[in-house]
Design a protein around this ligand. Structure first.
Ligand SMILES: Nc1ncnc2c1ncn2[C@@H]1O[C@H](COP(=O)(O)OP(=O)(O)OP(=O)(O)O)[C@@H](O)[C@H]1O
Length: 327
């Protein structure tokens, strides 16, 4: 087993309002190893983006992380709970240890700065010894890694295609050679062909440079190709966690099965898609017990009374009363 990079333990994030709180991420735990790709999938509103902003400590009010630990293991030095760090100390970890790529490159890139200047900013902010020339040289190397020519560094973001902007963001995330890149739907804004190209490039770079990735998407089929491990989220909780292979070939949670069967199979005969009846819960008024029980064809009497805990079932970790001896 490779080295541990990040231990997420009981992470809970709530959106506070006068009407009460919405627990958008509840008791989320997983361990990420160096160089591993963890995919997080789930329907809209399952808490994926909330998890990403909590992992990177980018969440803003009304969101608060109300419980949990985010224990980061640097290559050299002692492990540290990122949740306990002040903003100032956290800055040392951003970009150089932990970088983020978000869905919309247009929102992340500064529209009034040339691409090269944005690279220069990040690079020189983390290495004050670097000259402008050296920073531009490094920026050229970085954009070349994602297939963008050096002349594009003189462009403003609006002069680039959507795919180029998204690839630039990935290159920017790599600027300080991080150990972990957190990605929130990084390819939803581009067409399918470009999506494939970007993902192929990402996998190649990951193989060369060895960073770990947490990759969030609603598209489970994408993760089956990309991820080592997959976490399935529903109603703010991880309901199943396992290798991509096990999640595809032997999903245990009824929701994981439903999600998998909502996509056409990769091989074999054409089949009628099943889908999952009903819609995800409104987390302001979550159903009692297991949040999936109102939509679950396999529900038991106890499912509306108790929230199942994630426990090992076969090779996966599953939160479902179907697998408990006394439900
Ligand atoms: N600013 C906010 N205030 C109150 N509730 C919020 C806020 N942002 C998100 N939520 C709630 O938190 C829950 C999780 O939202 P989140 O955006 O994390 O889900 P998601 O899985 O990323 O969805 P999507 O795939 O649509 O981006 C939802 O029920 C949402 O209504």
């Amino acid at each position: 087993m490779s080295e541990v990079l990040l231990e997420v333990d009981g992470l809970t994030v709530e959106y506070l309002s006068q009407e009460g709180s919405v627990k958008a991420c509840a008791d989320v735990s997983f361990t990420l190893h160096r160089g591993q790709i963890l995919g997080v999938a789930g329907e809209s509103g399952s808490g994926k983006s909330t998890l990403i902003t909590a992992l990177t400590r980018l969440q803003r009010p009304p969101a608060v992380t109300s419980a949990g630990r985010l224990v980061y293991h640097p290559v050299d030095g002692d492990k540290v709970d990122l949740l306990t760090l002040s903003e100032r100390r956290l800055r040392a970890y951003r970009w150089s240890e932990l970088a983020i790529v978000l869905q919309s490159a247009m929102d992340c890139l500064n529209p009034v700065m040339r691409l090269g200047d944005q690279f220069e900013d990040v690079l020189r902010c983390h290495d004050s010894q670097l000259t402008r020339r050296q920073a531009w040289d490094r920026a050229e190397e970085l954009v070349a890694m994602v297939g963008i020519g050096p002349e594009r560094l003189r462009s403003y973001p609006h002069e680039l295609s959507g795919g180029m902007r998204q690839r630039s963001l990935i290159a920017l995330a790599l600027a300080c050679d991080p150990d972990l890149i957190v990605m929130d739907e990084p390819t939803t804004a581009v067409d399918v062909v470009m999506q494939r190209q970007i993902l192929a490039q990402l996998l190649k770079l990951q193989d060369q440079l060895g960073f770990a990735v947490v990759f969030v998407t609603h598209d489970l089929s994408l993760l089956l190709e990309l991820a080592d491990q997959i976490a399935i989220m529903y109603g703010g909780r991880i309901v199943e966690l396992g290798s991509a292979r096990e999640i595809y070939t032997a999903p245990k949670h009824p929701y994981t099965r439903g999600l998998r069967d909502s996509f056409p199979p990769l091989h074999g005969e054409l089949v009628t898609m099943q889908g999952i009846p009903g819609s995800p819960p409104d987390l302001r008024t979550p159903p009692p017990g297991c949040a999936f029980h109102p939509r679950c064809a396999d529900r038991l009497d106890a499912c509306d009374q108790r929230i199942p805990l994630l426990r090992q079932v076969g090779r996966n970790d599953v939160a479902c009363l179907l697998y408990e001896e006394t439900p």
